[in-house]
Design a protein around this ligand. Structure first.
Ligand code: CAA
Length: 284
């Protein structure tokens, strides 16, 4: 893989761009929102500067940054060997993007989705190359979390799965393989855990601080579940619950009313400055 296209410059897209550029591979980062692209480049610059100060980079920051070309023009994805989609967790949005990418990119290009819960088979059916569509699921913060899940849709070929596995390993990530089932491995387990913490808060079992302390100190997790929910994004969490409800048809995945209200209020967690906690300095 000589050149990687990334569509979507939010938290995940910018993290994937950073680690890809650090690994020596060219990146085309596309987003129709040019402010989001500017924020992504600034954030990557800050993180690289911090790594540079700590002596953790073996190249000049400028060399790494120059590997990332930002563009609001989706057509440029035709230059990439692999395109990774990292847009919002909405199936209709992803399907329409994959349809456009399929029309734009040469037949050899692999199209991958960083979806956390949506079926790869459903996304692939929007294209004429379902054998070259695959899931590559990173974890937030991408530069720090060592795992990548690779998900095969019904028609994904062995070659496609092997190619993205090699790419993730080239980034220094450890790969696990999962079937195309909602939430794959990690979110299948994580989301009910986060939801249960919100139900506990909603029903007054304990304060937000004590729920989080219970899990950090009692279970040794780096973040309590309400802090982690804010970190993941409450809108993303709600979208994932809705996918589970639809796909499994099991009421155990129903989203708490409190979560719906927070999202309706625009309290989306860290990225909006407020969720279960307040973040006066934003996500920086
Ligand atoms: N991006 C990049 N670097 C970050 C960062 C971010 N968002 N947040 C913190 N860091 C860096 C800090 O700069 C700091 O680096 P230095 O040591 O160089 O200063 C280092 O990480 C440690 O930071 P802190 O001391 O502030 O905080 P910490 O020790 O609590 O570590 C953490 C932060 C690594 C995020 C840790 O709290 C953690 O592992 N939390 C759990 C994260 C997690 O579960 N992620 C998965 C979410 S689920 C998901 O992503 C899947 C999905 O589809 C929903």
């Amino acid at each position: 893989m000589q050149k990687i296209g990334i569509v979507g410059s939010g938290l995940m897209g910018s993290g994937i761009a950073q680690v890809t550029a650090q690994s020596g591979v060219e990146v085309l980062l596309a987003d129709q929102d040019s402010d989001s692209l500017d924020r992504a480049l600034a954030q990557i610059g800050k993180r690289l500067a911090r790594l540079g100060e700590q002596g953790k980079l073996n190249e000049d920051i400028d060399v790494i940054q120059e590997r990332i070309q930002a563009s609001s023009d989706l057509d440029r994805m035709a230059e990439a060997d692999l395109v990774i989609e990292a847009v919002s967790e909405k199936e209709s949005l992803k399907r329409s993007l994959f349809e456009q990418l399929d029309a734009l990119c040469p037949p050899s290009t692999v199209l991958a989705s960083n979806t956390s819960s949506i079926s790869i088979t459903n996304i692939a059916s929007a294209t004429k190359r379902p054998d070259r569509v695959v899931g590559i699921h990173f974890f937030n913060p991408v530069p720090l979390m060592p795992l990548v899940e690779i998900i095969r849709g019904a028609a994904t070929s062995d070659e496609t799965s092997a190619a993205v596995t090699r790419f993730a390993e080239h980034l220094g990530k450890t790969v696990i393989h999962a079937k195309d089932s909602p939430g794959f491995v990690v979110n299948r387990i994580l989301i009910p855990f986060l939801i249960e913490a919100i139900f506990a808060l909603e029903s007054g079992v304990a304060s937000r601080e004590d729920i989080d302390k219970g899990v950090t100190l009692g279970l040794g997790h780096p973040m309590g579940p309400l802090t982690l929910a804010d970190f993941v994004g409450l809108d993303t969490l709600l979208s994932i619950c809705e996918v589970y409800q639809r796909e499994f048809g099991d009421p155990k995945y129903r989203p708490p009313v409190l979560l719906r209200r927070y999202v309706a209020a625009g309290w989306l967690g860290r990225k909006s400055g407020k969720g279960f906690y307040e973040y006066p300095n934003g996500n920086a």
